[in-house]
Design a protein. Structure first.
Length: 145
């Protein structure tokens, strides 16, 4: 992703996380500073949950299991303990007033250039992703690009 794409995706994720915290009563489980440096594992879990939620609730219903929604909720609760940020317990565990995800805190942080948004593109499994894409292209009768 380009830096602008990463920033837009983070804003989208923030809106969803705000919804998740409110609707699943996770205000004491997910730190309000989940997007900041040092919380990469929390960010990765939230991203995975978001993508799973999109696939479950917005994806092709023929590719979702009979209890896809319940499976997603089960997965949410199985990873909830890993969303905690013990270093942020002071000042971050009380339920703050609900803010728009593009609000002042996130906007100020993005304006300060956290570094990784504008960092060079990198994927830890790039070679494997390329092999899978090539295999899919071959199955579809095309050639890898």
């Amino acid at each position: 992703m380009t830096p602008a794409d990463r920033q837009q995706r983070l804003v989208e994720l923030a809106a969803w996380v705000d919804w998740l915290i409110s609707n699943h009563h996770l205000h004491r489980k997910i730190p309000r500073c989940w997007y900041r440096d040092g919380h990469e594992p929390v960010l990765e879990i939230l991203t995975g949950l978001y993508l799973g939620w999109v696939r479950t609730y917005c994806g092709d219903p023929t590719r979702t299991g009979t209890f896809g929604e319940l499976a997603w909720i089960k997965e949410l609760h199985s990873v909830t303990p890993y969303l905690a940020a013990p270093a942020c317990e002071e000042g971050h565990q009380d339920r703050p007033p609900r803010k728009k995800p593009t609000g002042e805190a996130l906007s100020d942080w993005l304006d300060d250039d956290p570094g990784w948004i504008a960092a060079a593109l990198y994927h830890p499994a790039e070679a494997e992703a390329n092999r899978l894409a090539a295999a899919d292209a071959m199955k579809a009768g095309g050639w890898p690009s």
